[in-house]
Write a protein that binds this ligand. Sequence first.
Ligand code: HEM
Ligand code: MTE
Ligand code: MO
Length: 467
Amino acid sequence: QDSPRIYTREEVKSHSSPETRIWVTLGSEVFDVTEFVDLHPGGPSKLMLAAGGPLEPFWALYAIHNQSHVREILAQYKIGELSPEDKAPSTLKTSDPYADDPIRHPALKVNSQRPFNAEPPPELLTENYITPNPIFFTRNHLPVPNLDPVTYRLHIVGPPGGQSLSLSLDDLHQFPKHEITATLQCAGNRRSEMNQIKEVKGLEWSTGAISTARWAGARLCDVLAKAGHKLRDTEAHVCFEGLDSDPTGTAYGASIPLARAMDPEAEVLLAYEMNGEPLPRDHGFPVRVVVPGVVGARHVKWLGKVSVEPEESYSHWQRRDYKGFSPSVDWDSVDFDSAPSIQELPVQSAITEPKDGEVVESGEVTVKGYAWSGGGRAVVRVDVSLDGGLTWQVAELDGEKQCPQKAWAWRLWQLQATVPPGKKELNIVCKAVDDSYNVQPDTVAPIWNLRGVLSNAWHRVHVHVAP
Ligand code: HEM
Ligand code: MTE
Ligand code: MO
């Protein structure tokens, strides 16, 4: 028997398109699956996510592949083995402040490697109501701190006459455990659409800077009460500091109004669990703030300190970022003190399937997406158009029904629609309505702002119809 052909990871990586053929690895084996792509029961686009790399991270998400008949199919396409030095992932250099960052899921579309910012591809995002931890979008401003759960302490600054607390992870577990399903969205979600109008400053997020998890932890109001805080001053703010910091020692920080923090119905959490597991490092291990209905920037990760202050946090990210402005304001004229910090987000929706530029079958088309609104406002309807907004159909809402005033999580939606005979292309549009009857603006230009935040215009996808 011939000895197997040996390939490097680099070589495998260069085979990730139909032109170069499509290779994947499983363990130390290399496969050329080009001929199988169109036969894949899970669809060609899913398989292509693994093109040029290992199957394991994807198959960990889709355990359906842990069956012998799946392995038998794959075995038919074996072309060789990985070279011995490539079987283990390469070691990282230590001089790099990001060298200690965790390993990430390869399906994530990386917008910036250092600091790490990445979103799941749209067709994975709406596959599950609860976003699996490995593909939950990640927005870091700094290197990920590596915190020891045993020595970790959370400092709660007490009021005058009250007591400051230094809480271990065990101490935090002594408070009643509270669990909620909440969607987290970055203010910059869909920024790339604003960038197409006129350049904005910021990461090029597509529609994936949003995800949903089941969070568990202590309620912030219980912890603040233990330290002796009361809602004396309704103008006060709760300031959070992260344990991630830049080379000058400046930590990530943000704040929310004390009134929201003290309201048990607002369900603000000091979360230590995400989807039934300890928080992953990228999402704030061991403790992060979760502020349902509020912009992602206030959900401070790797939480180190909580204090009650007469004013908002002095952090750059509270005062000099994450604010909205008129389209007329540019970097020469902007006055950050003139605008309020973003807290509750406006109503949002986007199409995740089909994708822009895709070719769809004639006959029937399935349109899928997500819809969410801030402040606990429930999504009551999603309208979908196939003709650029001339005529509309109402989509079916899936996912957990939400409590009034406490609709913290998104609804997924879908519409099965007839493709009008003879149509060569479709301009698919979606727009959501929340229970205050807030609607999305029809175009991006009037809401353009220099930072590219709050991008929530009707989402549009252009597709071709197969002849
Ligand atoms: C289903 C093979 C890669 C996602 C399946 C099934 C097979 C298969 C045989 C049907 C299993 C059954 O119903 O018993 C393969 C092979 C792959 C591959 C040989 C690599 C060469 C991937 C990747 C993903 C994926 C990378 C995700 C990113 C799925 C999904 C289904 C599926 C979601 C379920 C479809 C459904 O029934 O709803 N795959 N797969 N597959 N696969 Fe894969
Ligand atoms: N907390 C700390 N300590 N450092 C950060 O960089 N980024 C914020 C917020 N909390 C950030 C942080 C921003 S802008 C967002 S959108 C969310 O975390 C993203 O959370 P995720 O990475 O878990 O999706
Ligand atoms: Mo964000």
